[in-house]
Design a protein around this ligand. Structure first.
Ligand SMILES: Nc1nc2c(ncn2[C@@H]2O[C@H](COP(=O)(O)OP(=O)(O)OP(=O)(O)O)[C@@H](O)[C@H]2O)c(=O)[nH]1
Ligand SMILES: [Mg+2]
Length: 298
């Protein structure tokens, strides 16, 4: 069987996590229209068992935070996490939003990629909303870099060309043993996914800078045969943010709680009782102690 690790890297908001979900066929990572949604490495597993004619394969995709110029220690952690991933994978997938022109951020990543020996594929994402002439121009731009084994256009949203991508990646893997059972699509504990779902709803319900300064900590998690009781703390940076998160008559927090609960019930396949609290921890994004406690550590 062919097996291997595949790193998904790129600037924020280009569609890396959408691609991870598309290749695994499961919602492993949260996705939003706001940059810097992903903060950790998120592993998604695709196993295609062998048959009489084929040995099958297992690909472990590692979605990473968008690489950006950090403004705080959390941002540094995110960018370092993404870059460190490149040293540990068998193939790297560099995702670009074909609708955005190449910027300094891309150049920085291209320079890093050029220095790694790993096979590389450049993916021009969002072709579903891209005129053909734009695609051609972007394709030529990345061809000229001369550092990619393959360049292709995809839509992580509607799945266009994703099967071709998998085929291409399969040819880059080597023979090995299976790392995970065939039915596993991620190795993250459920409580981590739960905290991410809550954070996704906060990103969707809140505007501007506030959701970027929010973290979610699961305080209690009690499973009974019929019901899972979950208590989570939403950490924010300012007292004024706490008021906005709770909203008038607690409406905003209720909305976040309700939509998170529905999705968590779907994930766990049972009723969920979800309680949310909001706490202020000033400047936690620059506190090593807080970042460590929240699991943002290399
Ligand atoms: N039209 C279109 N939109 C897409 C496609 N892929 C992703 N998106 C949208 O782009 C936005 C960002 O997607 P994400 O998957 O969260 O992007 P990301 O690269 O993981 O972002 P960070 O985690 O912030 O680095 C979301 O609104 C997605 O729905 C695509 O192929 N076509
Ligand atoms: Mg992401």
């Amino acid at each position: 069987m062919k097996t291997g690790f595949i790193g998904i890297v790129g600037r924020p908001n280009v569609g890396k996590s959408t691609l991870l979900n598309c290749v695994t066929g499961e919602k492993v990572a949260i996705t939003t229209d706001k940059p810097q949604t992903t903060r950790n490495r998120i592993r998604g597993i695709l196993t295609v068992p062998g048959d009489n004619t084929d040995d099958g394969f297992q690909m472990i995709f590692i979605d990473t935070p968008g690489i950006h110029k950090p403004k705080n220690k959390l941002g540094s952690y995110m960018t370092e996490t993404a870059l460190a991933t490149l040293n540990e994978v068998d193939a790297a997938v560099f995702v670009v939003d074909g609708g955005l022109s190449q910027g300094k951020g891309d150049q920085f990543i291209l320079d890093v990629l050029a220095k790694t020996d790993t096979p590389k594929i450049a993916l021009i994402n969002k072709i579903d909303i891209m005129p053909p002439e734009t695609f051609k121009a972007v394709f030529n731009e990345y061809t000229q870099t001369g550092i990619f084994n393959e360049i292709m256009g995809i839509s992580a949203k509607d799945g266009t060309n994703v099967a071709q991508l998998i085929k291409m990646l399969e040819s880059m893997l080597s023979e090995g043993h299976m790392f995970y059972p065939a039915d596993m699509f991620t190795d993250h504990p459920e409580r981590f996914i739960v905290s991410e779902i809550i954070r996704e709803k906060l990103l969707l319900y809140l505007d501007e800078e506030i959701p970027h300064g929010v973290a979610v900590e699961i305080e209690s998690y009690d499973e009974t045969p019929r019901l899972t009781r979950i208590g989570a703390v939403i950490i924010c940076e300012k007292k004024s943010h706490k008021g906005i998160i709770i909203g008038k008559d607690g409406r905003k927090l209720k909305g976040v709680g309700r939509s998170a609960r529905l999705e968590i019930e779907n994930l766990l396949g049972m009723k969920v009782f979800l309680q949310l609290w909001v706490k202020v921890k000033e400047n936690w994004r620059n506190s090593d102690f807080a970042l460590n406690n929240l699991g943002y550590k290399l």
